[in-house]
Ligand binder design. Structure first.
Ligand SMILES: [Zn+2]
Length: 517
């Protein structure tokens, strides 16, 4: 049987014929220069362009010629020049229809006869299947054929097209939907796709959401089982490992999104970023940064999730890794079983935020009593100094001292009660996280990580920009959790790699999405 391959588009330009692939502009220009001024004839401003699709056999013979589109173009005004979006969309969808039809026909042709004896298979039922692509949705003929009885078979009939159309969406459309929805809202993604592609009729916002979450579910299904602990081997094994390059810093923090089911409530979304950095001696090595995210009250595999991120960055069991987080017990449990070499630190960023709040009250006290207020503010500054140097007991003493000093303001300061509350919460916070408070000053001077301001921006980037931009945006826990999975992959520039793993012949190229996304 001859395999017919679509290989050519004819462009017939006002009587001058150029047989070229679409998009090769040089040839089009060449056509115009082909004629010397002496032989050039005056052409009209009106032009009829007829595009034909020529299917060629694999020997190069032209088998069929199909008219794809005829364009009637003027050239009086600038807006007449070139293809319009509407023409381009029509061109793409018509071309797509012919190509698909041809590819499916070719595929079905091969299935028309029995592979074992060569007899013609009988059609049992006529049916069709719909296929959604970047350039429209098409109904494709999908007959049910009877199996030949030359040998015993498990079924009496089959649909040959099911082997080719393993899904009802083209991978590239799926990729575009998941990528855009990870960056902007489902509605905006739909608008963008419809603006540039012939998808006005066939795509709606529910479908975009459904497809995106389908991609996320597939990602989730690939995640291995949860384990209580991901530390592998024993200290003896770790010593035998080659000395690893670079150090790891992992920051984890939470952000809140509005709950769809309980409109007045929010739920927490955890996000984090793992960075592998190299010292000055390894200048040629590229640092790597990967984000992760999940809805803590829903996710059953948070440790596996974090482990996969660290593993993909090449974490070895004998490698230094620093975890920075706010004092949250569940997050700490998540970090604890990842590496024997881990250092766990209370994020200085969160400590200093609480002190800033306290100092705001201090400013209020100055308005009540300038001298006493100033003394309180100095005490807050000294408390900060103690914490910066990791002197937890001293800090706790200073908090108690502050609590008794501000008693004088009970009658005069309007926000006395919230201040007392903030102070008491700070005391609990510092007490609970005592083991996670290092000498920040010393670490800082040694160039070691003390804060996750980089995580703060990760929260903003991963959560706020996509999940809370509009106050009305509301989420189900599952919807948010799933979208987080495609979003971190998209922001890290890894979604394309995921798709080429699923569909090895897919032709896509992607890089990291800039932080502004
Ligand atoms: Zn047979």
């Amino acid at each position: 049987m001859t395999i017919v391959v679509p290989s050519q588009v004819n462009i017939l330009l006002g009587g001058y014929e150029s047989r070229e692939m679409l998009g090769i502009m040089d040839q089009l220009r060449y056509n115009g220069l082909d004629h010397s001024p002496a032989t050039r004839t005056q052409r009209s401003f009106h032009m009829r362009v007829k595009l034909q699709l020529v299917m060629c056999s694999d020997e190069g013979q032209e088998e069929t010629v199909t008219d794809v589109i005829t364009l009637n173009k003027n050239s009086h005004r600038i807006e007449h020049l070139g293809l319009t979006m509407a023409e381009a969309k029509q061109l793409l969808s018509t071309l797509q229809q012919h190509l698909l039809q041809h590819q499916v026909d070719t595929f079905l042709d091969r299935c028309a006869t029995c592979a074992d004896c060569g007899a013609l298979r009988k059609v049992k039922a006529h049916a069709s299947r719909s296929f959604r692509t970047l350039f429209g949705t098409y109904k494709l003929y999908s007959p049910r054929l009877e199996h030949c009885d030359c040998i015993r078979r498990k079924t009496a009939s089959f649909r040959p097209l099911s082997a080719l159309l393993t899904e009802s969406v083209a991978p590239e459309l799926l990729y575009m939907e998941a990528k855009w929805s990870s960056l902007v809202s489902y509605g905006m993604s739909l608008e963008a796709l419809q603006d540039f592609l012939p998808l006005e009729v066939t795509l709606d916002v529910k479908t975009v959401r459904y497809d995106t979450l389908k991609v996320a579910k597939r990602l989730e299904a690939e995640l291995g089982d949860e384990q209580p602990c991901f530390i592998e081997g024993s200290p003896g094994d770790w010593d035998l490992l080659p000395l690893p390059d670079g150090s790891f810093k992992v920051g984890i923090d939470g952000g809140y999104v509005r709950n769809w089911f309980a409109k007045q409530h929010n739920f927490e979304v955890i996000v984090g970023k793992s960075t592998r950095a190299f010292g000055e001696d390894d200048e040629d090595k590229k640092p790597s940064s990967k984000r992760f995210g999940f809805v803590q009250t829903l996710d059953t595999k948070p440790k596996r999730r974090l482990y996969e991120v660290l593993h993909s960055q090449g974490l070895q069991m004998n490698q230094k890794i620093t975890f920075l987080a706010d004092g949250n017990d569940t997050l700490r449990a998540l970090q604890l079983e990842m590496s024997p070499q881990a250092t766990h630190i209370l994020d200085w960023f969160h400590v200093t935020m609480r002190l800033t709040v306290l100092d705001q009250y201090g400013k209020g006290l100055v308005h009540c009593d300038a001298v006493l207020g100033k003394e309180i503010r100095e005490k807050i500054a000294r408390l900060k100094w103690s914490l910066w140097h990791g002197q937890v007991d001293k800090a706790l003493g200073k908090i108690d001292d502050l609590a008794s000093s501000i008693g004088l303001f009970q009658e005069t300061y309007a926000r006395f009660n919230p201040l007392i509350k903030a102070l008491s919460e700070l005391r609990t916070y510092i007490g609970n996280n005592r083991d996670l408070i290092p000498n920040y000053g010393q670490r800082y001077h040694q160039g070691e990580a003390i804060a996750t301001s980089f995580v703060e921006s990760t929260v903003n980037q991963v959560v706020s920009k996509r999940f809370c931009k509009k106050q009305q945006m509301q989420w189900s826990k599952q919807g948010a959790h799933l979208l987080l999975q495609t979003r971190v992959k998209t922001l890290d520039g890894e979604l394309g790699a995921v798709f080429t793993r699923w569909y090895p012949d897919m032709d896509i190229e992607v890089g990291e999405i800039p932080a502004a996304a």
